[in-house]
Write a new protein. Structure first.
Length: 184
């Protein structure tokens, strides 16, 4: 089974299953109703933003703009922490895939860990050959509130030290209303 799928093969059934299970868990955990894209009384959903995985110590994965996906200090032929954050208590993250806006290969593999469990290392070199450089995981993964999300990236051979790239995550954030409307 392949670990990534390109945009034409988006695994809608697996994404729906992950979202439905996450919504049910959130309703039980927070004791409030799911209120969709525009929540007024309960919790809702939005596309995953860099803000949702911000590490306030050094703004990983962003640089100075909290709403622009980016890596920091990537070096060739080495593993580097890209995201290492404890999830907010008011949100769940449903990570469905990855995208890259660069035309040249700078990151070749990712190694995610969520909720204390290491996931398989994934080769993402095929992203650079796609017209729309985004790929979906065949099975999304969910990061629960107060749980850690770590994603390490492997720099392509020849990438000089302190190179950055426009790499980002695809997915959703299910969160309480106050978290969804936060413009930080």
């Amino acid at each position: 089974m392949v670990l990534l799928r390109n945009v034409e093969q988006k695994p809608d059934a697996a994404i729906k299953e992950a979202l439905d299970a996450t919504i049910a868990d959130a309703e039980k955990t927070w004791n409030m109703p799911y209120d969709g894209e525009y929540p007024t009384t309960g919790f809702g959903i939005q596309e995953l933003r860099p803000f949702n995985v911000e590490n306030t110590t050094d703004n990983i994965p962003q640089t100075s703009n909290l709403n622009q996906w980016q890596t920091s200090q990537l070096t060739g032929s080495t593993w580097t922490d890209w995201i290492n954050v404890t999830n907010d208590e008011d949100q769940y993250l449903v990570v469905t895939g990855i995208f890259c806006l660069d035309t040249t290969e700078k990151v070749t593999e990712i190694f995610p860990s969520a909720n204390g469990q290491d996931l398989p290392v994934m080769n993402i070199e095929q992203l650079y050959a796609l017209d729309v450089a985004r790929a979906f995981f065949t099975k999304p993964f969910v990061v629960k509130p107060k749980s850690n999300l770590t994603i390490q990236i492997y720099g392509a051979t020849g990438v000089s030290a302190n190179t950055s790239t426009s790499l980002g995550l695809l997915g959703y954030c299910l969160a309480k209303r106050a978290r969804l409307i936060d413009k930080s």
